[in-house]
Design a protein around this ligand. Sequence first.
Ligand code: MG
Length: 163
Amino acid sequence: MRIGHGWDMHRLEPRAPAGAGRRLVIGGVEFEHERGPVAHSDGDVLMHALTDALLGAIGAPDIGQLFPDHAPENDGRDSRDFLLEAARRVRDAGWQVVNADMTVVCERPKMGARKSEIVANLSHILGVPAADLNLKGKTHERVDAVGEGRAIEAHAVVLLVRA
Ligand code: MG
């Protein structure tokens, strides 16, 4: 077995043109929110954490090494591409996902109503049953940048077994 951990954070700013915030996309699902991530790619914090967890589990280079944030081809790039590449590497290395447990930390928006949509999307991308992908939403208790709505954070842990 192999275990992998991923963590990511993005600053949240008012959406363009008022600020540098992009559309707020979490796990491939777009949220209506007045702020969005400042990022080179689409800034999908959950996909970035999950991608790094998968890459970490197999000892592959991390997301920043594979998809540098100064590369023009990654500007505004759909993070689905990163997750697909990590999943391909996991398969090619002879592993399969047992389960993933993920947490998104932000004051707003609330994950609750959209959780199943996010899980279904990740399930589709990874080819892992939705029942084996768990998502939690937490606030940061109004403390620090995340709690003040100026940042969003995600954690992911994955377990792999030999395919
Ligand atoms: Mg990121």
